[in-house]
Design a protein around this ligand. Structure first.
Ligand code: UDX
Length: 435
């Protein structure tokens, strides 16, 4: 059992802190945002993540998990301090480290003995060393401490499972002693451990995310070519995926990746490469393909209707993927802005992301939490997120409710035979069109 302070109660901090408590540690999650801490102390969760509320309640009741804005005291009481604050994309595309720097300063000011200071946030190579310098100078070198990079690989929507059953833990440490402490902390997870230095651990996280993003942009490019040559990308991906060197995952063609990680981390990696004097052409193409992929939806709409002015469009799914209310870099935002600018009116469905969507979508659209009310009296329906309610859409009912039986499916959720049988015009991604 260890005493942990986790600074930052976003996705990463809250999920990791709760899971560290679940495996028996004494965890204090801290944040400067009083309203977030108040919510958490009332048993409310500021984010939507299946299973998190129950796990927070269980560990709070067991006395292993608490929440506070008193970051200083939490640090003083802890053996291990996790930095899990946001590293948003700055205007120039680099990771903005102002929150990391502020936490490092607070840690230094409250250092009262040897501690292991762990970076959980995704940070550019060199940040561990920067944190080390800030802590040393803020603590006047009074105590020993070590820095560890222990990047997070959880996915939103399955964050608890991804943590409790993690596939690996990466531990980049400045000393054997610190690496040992963090390895021991992870022993209940019974996971593979990769021990390395700070820089390799920091790089590893960006490389993993950039590789997954590359897989998606690659299959999206192949899908676009499939459309031109009459091939079916789902079959191409199925056959590719059976090669164990390629693997079947992350080969679903669609409207491109969104969310808080891939867009931010690919851009940040490009900047890391640029500052190191390396021209990373491949990642530039990955980012470009991803932006272009959103535009393909608008092109398909124009190919069918010509002029979008006065068109009644329904959009099923706003969140960047199912099981989250996260709207950061969601393809729906760009797509809805593009079609409303051309005069279309939009009715949009999402089961949980509407409040978040309203903060990002500036166009005057109407929001629904029922799929059938959304598609009613619309000329075309665009599918952007594969929510269970969208996957189970009753096509017969949809045909009755819509003005025209036209679907643009950005997630390839229907079988071509089904939509053909039901009499839909159906444009999906990288598969033959049904006219
Ligand atoms: C990702 C990484 O998976 C995780 O390891 C990292 O820590 C954070 O970033 P997340 O952003 O939660 O997690 O979502 P993920 O499930 O990986 O999906 C990312 C995006 O890729 C989504 O927009 C999704 O729709 C898209 N995607 C994924 C595809 O378009 N096709 C695929 O085959 C897989």
């Amino acid at each position: 059992m260890k005493r942990l302070a986790v600074v930052g109660t976003g996705y990463v901090g809250l999920v990791s802190g709760t899971c560290f408590a679940e495996i028996g540690n004494q965890v204090t999650c801290c944040d400067i945002d009083q309203s977030k801490i108040d919510l958490l102390n009332k048993g409310e969760i500021p984010i939507y993540e299946p299973g998190l509320k129950e796990l927070v309640a269980k560990n709070s009741e067991a006395g292993r998990l608490s929440f506070t804005t008193d970051i200083g005291t939490a640090i003083q009481d802890a053996e291990v301090v996790y930095i899990a604050v946001g590293t948003p994309m700055s205007e120039t595309g680099e990771a903005d480290l102002k929150y990391v720097r502020a936490v490092a300063q607070t840690i230094g000011e409250n250092l009262n003995g040897y501690k292991v200071i762990v970076n959980k946030s995704t940070v550019p190579v060199g940040t561990g060393k920067m944190v080390e310098e800030i802590v040393r100078s803020a603590s006047n070198g009074a105590y020993e401490f070590d820095i560890v990079s222990n990047p997070e690989f959880l996915r939103e929507g399955s964050a608890i499972k991804d943590t409790m059953q993690m596939e690996r833990a990466v531990i980049g440490a400045t000393s054997e002693k610190a690496a040992g402490i963090i390895e021991e902390l992870h022993s209940p997870f019974q996971t593979a451990i990769v021990k390395t230095n700070l820089e390799s651990a920091e790089m590893l996280k960006y490389a993993a995310n950039a590789f997954l993003a590359t897989k998606i942009s690659f299959i999206n490019d192949i899908a676009n070519i499939c459309e031109l040559v009459g091939a079916d990308v789902t079959k191409v991906a199925e056959g590719m995926g059976l090669d164990s060197r390629i693997g079947p995952k992350f080969l679903n063609a669609g409207v491109g990746f969104g969310g808080s990680c891939f867009p931010k981390d690919t851009t940040a990696l490009l900047h890391i490469a640029e500052s190191a004097g390396y021209d990373f052409e491949l990642i530039k193409a990955v980012i470009k393909t991803n932006i272009r992929q959103r535009e393909t939806v608008v092109h398909k709409l124009k190919n069918i209707f010509g002029d979008l002015n006065g068109l009644n469009v329904s959009v099923l799914g706003l969140a960047f993927k199912p099981n989250t209310d996260d709207m950061r870099y969601a393809p729906s935002v760009d797509i809805i802005h593009a079609i409303t600018e051309e005069g279309a009116s939009v009715k949009a469905y999402d089961p949980v992301a509407i409040e978040e969507a309203k903060k990002q979508i500036t166009a005057p659209i109407s929001y629904y939490t029922d799929v059938y009310e959304t598609i009613q009296n619309t000329d075309v329906c665009i599918i952007l997120t594969e929510w269970p309610e969208v996957l189970s859409l009753d096509l017969n009912k949809a045909k009755e409710l819509m003005n025209k039986a036209i679907l643009i499916d950005g997630r390839n959720i229907f079988s071509l035979t089904d939509v053909k049988e039901k009499g839909f015009i159906y444009h999906s991604v990288g598969r033959p069109q049904i006219q």
